[in-house]
Design a protein around this ligand. Structure first.
Ligand code: UDP
Ligand code: MG
Length: 327
């Protein structure tokens, strides 16, 4: 009894669950059913308010996805729908959903429409937001048992490589997360067009935490992320967040110049010993020097392009968390 009344001391939050959907007609009714059940439980526990919603973002689907969303919206007050004019991809669809609801909710939880991520940690996320004042709560996968060996190793390699490239992302976290309104406003300040949300969200700041869950297999339909899309997504992530690739060019240039010096010494010794044909020494020296110089030049230009790249993104220079004192 005491615990129950304690629970009710805290104000329920207005939570929005945002689900991007692309050709998800097979999964939507079941997804909606499971979420409605969870909403009911969370409302009974005083965790979320009756004005909480689930928002399906139709990312220009070619099947009956939008019709199903319309039907669900008719049948349940908790359901809302956003129809995008054309297919813009998961990241943009999710961003569009979050930006559309950001002024209406206390916090938004993003999750894939196939519910592969365990929705039963959502209450824990909301508790961390409400009781521990976390602005961002990441859903992190405990293990990757349900993945194929291939997906597991490529994913691991991806995180390792991102780290190597100096991109700060949360290990084993995809786009399943809770963001408070302030974090959403922070995200809105990022004006870039190439979205890679798992790289951007950690840049916002504020108090963050993680919840851990096991990922299930898709209960219907098939993955919209074939290998080709996955690779281009990974490449996007790296090139959107790091200029280390450009630095690599300069590094190779420096190495080539060092080799050039060694080659010059070696060729001159060979020439002195009379082991060389006419012209070999000069060609050897010039090839390495010119190659090295060219690479260094490209790297240098790259540095400027890297700077311009950062400028055109117009990322926020700072986000104020608190301001105290009389004004
Ligand atoms: N999705 C989207 N637009 C796209 C591709 C996918 O909105 O162009 C959505 C899709 O409906 C799902 C989520 O992104 O809710 C993740 O896709 P999927 O489950 O196919 O990826 P996987 O879990 O296999 O990585
Ligand atoms: Mg999926």
């Amino acid at each position: 009894m005491i615990r129950r009344s304690e629970k009710f001391n805290k104000k329920p939050v207005k939570a929005y669950v945002v689900l991007p959907c692309y050709n998800e007609e097979e999964v939507l009714p079941e997804t909606c059913r499971q979420l409605l059940e969870l909403f009911r439980e969370m409302r009974d526990d005083g965790l979320i308010s009756i004005s909480s919603r689930m928002v399906f973002v139709d990312d220009g689907s070619k099947d009956r996805t939008w019709e199903i969303i319309e039907e669900l919206e008719e049948a349940h007050t908790e359901v809302c729908g956003i129809k995008l004019a054309h297919n813009v991809g998961h990241q943009n669809a999710l961003y569009g959903g979050l930006m559309t609801v950001k002024d209406e909710c206390d916090c938004a939880i993003s999750i894939d429409a196939d519910l592969q991520d365990d929705i039963h940690v959502i209450p824990e996320m909301i508790e961390k937001f409400r009781d521990e004042k976390c602005e961002i709560v990441y859903g992190v996968r405990k293990e990757r048992k349900t993945d194929t060996f291939f997906k597991r190793t490529t994913a691991l390699g991806f995180y390792k490589f991102m780290k190597l490239m100096g991109v700060n992302i949360v290990y084993n976290h995809a786009d399943y997360r809770l963001m408070g309104r302030r974090a959403l406003e922070g995200l809105a300040e990022f004006e870039e067009r190439n979205l890679f949300l798992r790289g951007m969200v950690p840049m916002i700041g504020y108090k963050t935490d993680c919840v851990y869950y096991n990922r299930n297999e898709r209960f219907a339909g098939e993955s919209k992320y074939p290998l080709k899309k996955m690779l281009s997504f990974a490449f996007d992530g790296i090139t959107s967040f790091s200029v280390n690739m450009i630095r690599l060019i300069s590094t190779v240039g420096v190495i080539a110049c060092i080799i050039a010096v060694a080659m010059a010494i070696y060729s001159l010794i060979q020439k002195a010993l009379g082991n060389t044909d006419i012209g070999w020494t000069s060609i050897m020296c010039s090839i390495w020097f010119i190659g090295g110089l060219q690479l260094l030049g490209i790297g240098l230009i790259g540095e400027y392009i890297g700077k311009m790249y950062k400028e055109v993104k117009r990322r926020p220079r700072y986000i104020v968390e608190e301001y105290i004192g009389d004004r």
